[in-house]
Write a protein that binds this ligand. Structure first.
Ligand SMILES: NC(=O)c1ccc[n+]([C@@H]2O[C@H](COP(=O)([O-])OP(=O)(O)OC[C@H]3O[C@@H](n4cnc5c(N)ncnc54)[C@H](O)[C@@H]3O)[C@@H](O)[C@H]2O)c1
Length: 213
């Protein structure tokens, strides 16, 4: 993860919009935020086969949590979510994530992982244009990616940030495509004005799902 240390930390009372917050990692992140801050969390999740409100049991009724059942590729719904809640930060976990499913039927991966990420960037750009200069300076957009964008590792070695992209499934290709909307230097190429006014970061998660489930 690249960090711009010149920026002030988020206030502990800020609102964070978490997409895919009813999924595996997103739901744990929501719990983490609620436990560590006094801020509000807006969870946006389509509740696909992979998402469940059961993952948010015990926190979904917290008055600091708002749940919005919506598709991140729905421009009207995302525009409303950003306008209504004016988040100080966005963390994008929402994705179609199953490699085998992407081989059987790639279209939802394109719709969610590429178009959905773009729609979120557009909504964030519109929000930052309506923010005060201080709010805009503090605004962050964290996009969660995967090490699969780099392809397969041999028995040894590590991926690095500058490892060439070599996606080898529709899932990996869709995540790689979304990464390129941000660029490799935290500069969103699809929404360049956002990069001039706000901080965006792409973090690529790398761990075997089986070790957590
Ligand atoms: N779990 C891993 O091992 C792993 C590894 C590397 C990267 N990642 C990345 O981390 C992120 C989270 O992974 P996860 O394992 O929690 O995924 P998951 O499949 O458990 O959860 C994804 C969530 O996104 C929601 N979602 C899917 N499409 C949506 C849409 N169009 N609009 C709104 N919500 C939608 C689902 O309902 C679900 O709640 C993903 O971006 C994934 O690519 C995960």
């Amino acid at each position: 993860m690249r960090c711009n240390t010149r920026r002030a930390p988020l206030a502990s009372t800020d609102t964070i919009l978490v997409t895919g917050g009813a999924g595996f990692i997103g739901s744990n992140f929501v719990r983490h935020v609620l436990a560590r801050t006094s801020g509000k969390v807006v969870v946006v999740d389509k509740l696909t086969y992979a998402g469940s409100l059961l993952n948010l049991a015990g926190v979904i009724d917290d008055p600091r949590v708002t749940f919005i059942k919506a598709d991140i590729a729905d421009r009207i719904a995302m525009g409303a979510a950003f306008t209504d809640h004016r988040p100080a930060a966005v963390v994008n976990f929402a994705a179609e994530t199953h490699v085998d499913r992407s081989i059987d039927g790639p279209m939802p991966f394109i719709d969610t992982n590429i178009v959905g990420t773009f729609v979120l960037l557009e909504a964030a750009l519109a929000l930052t244009r309506a923010q005060s200069p201080d709010e805009r300076k503090a605004f962050r957009f964290l996009h969660v990616s995967t090490d699969e964008v780099y392809g397969s590792l041999g028995p040894e070695g590590l991926f690095r940030e500058d490892t060439p992209y070599a996606p080898n499934s529709p899932y990996a290709a869709s995540k790689a495509s979304a990464d390129h909307l941000f660029g490799r230097t935290s500069t969103p190429t699809a929404c360049r004005p956002l990069s001039r006014t706000a901080r965006t970061t792409t973090v690529r998660i790398s761990f075997p799902r089986s070790s957590f489930r």
